[in-house]
Design a protein around this ligand. Structure first.
Ligand SMILES: [Zn+2]
Length: 323
């Protein structure tokens, strides 16, 4: 943590909050071929303290994370806060509007593979650059809220990077443990927000709860409670929901399985299930039921996320295992 500056105006390109207030605004971001309006909430505490940044909707159809961040950013009380919260409620507005899976429809790129971005690149790379330089840079801690995409089920987990800087890694670990989800995965994740934060020496946590295009109240509450505990651990708010009864189980090794064929996906395992190396995890069939492939688990592990759509494309993820 940097030494806290005196309480001062918090600003993000045209949105400004004086100490003890909350400001909201749609911030125009020039992506070259188009301009998007990114909804930002700035909560500026009455007392000086750390700046925490949080994003949701990097993937536009991940509703639990979007709903939870809106709830927390619009609910915390600036009068009792220290420091500030910069909340980007839907970081990829065109993807949210179009309800797209994985990618930004403007150019078909996955925003969370383009960080730290490029100011002269394609629209999604420009958006990543804006988020890196305007939102992530200058923060004392960063939280990126996700969930399973429209076509994915998952067990709740946090993710952090192994940056090689012991102080940053210890702080990220502390924030992830405060989030308190079922599992804690440890990177690397090239091209993602947390990798961009790591490169800037900023402790960062990925949080994942729910999915499949739904946003049930229980999932939103779990995600929001985790964020509040992170804000407390970061020193921004004084009270938060109680710690969960169990510590996150740490899973440092991750393996993604991808389909090599296009067809109809019939999973044979469920999300959260523990499978052994060699277990057949399902099959991809052609339109008429002929089996095209029966992929086997490359290692023992927990099914962290599982694609739940019947439609499958060659190269798409099937599931991820972690242990
Ligand atoms: Zn996501």
């Amino acid at each position: 943590m940097a030494v806290a500056p005196p309480a001062r105006r918090a600003t993000v390109r045209g949105v400004a909050a004086t100490p003890g207030t909350r400001a909201t605004g749609l911030v125009p971001v020039d992506l070259g071929s188009t301009t998007v309006e990114v909804p930002v909430v700035l909560v500026n505490g009455a007392q000086p303290g750390p700046r925490v940044a949080a994003t949701a909707g990097i993937h536009g159809a991940e509703y639990v994370s979007i709903a939870a961040l809106r709830e927390v950013a619009l609910g915390v009380d600036p009068a009792t806060m220290r420091g500030s919260l910069v909340a980007v409620l839907t970081a990829s507005p065109a993807a949210f509007a179009a309800r797209t899976i994985y990618v930004n429809p403007v150019d078909g790129l996955n925003l969370n593979r383009q960080f730290p971005g490029d100011p002269d690149g394609s629209p999604t790379r420009r958006l990543a650059h804006w988020l890196t330089t305007t939102v992530i840079a200058g923060s004392d801690a960063f939280i990126d809220m996700h969930c399973g995409d429209m076509n994915e089920a998952l067990v709740s987990f946090t993710g952090i990077e192994d940056t090689g800087d012991p102080a940053v890694d210890a702080r990220s670990r502390e924030l992830a443990e405060a989030y308190g989800l079922r599992y804690l995965l440890i990177g690397p994740s090239p091209g993602t927000t947390t990798t961009a934060a790591a490169a800037l020496g900023i402790p960062a946590v990925l949080g994942e709860v729910g999915g499949q295009g739904r946003w049930p109240a229980d999932d939103v509450a779990l995600h929001a409670a985790g964020l509040r505990r992170v804000l407390r651990a970061a020193g921004v708010i004084g009270d938060a929901p109680d710690e969960p009864a169990h510590r996150s189980e740490i899973l440092p090794t991750e393996a993604w399985m991808r389909s090599s064929t296009t067809g109809y996906w019939h999973p044979g395992v469920t999300v959260g299930e523990r499978v052994e190396q060699g277990t057949i995890v399902g099959e991809v069939q052609d339109a008429f039921g002929v089996v095209l492939e029966r992929p086997a688990a490359p290692m023992d592990g927990v099914v962290i996320f599982l694609v739940s759509s019947l439609a499958m494309n060659a190269g798409d993820p099937l599931l991820a295992l972690a242990r």
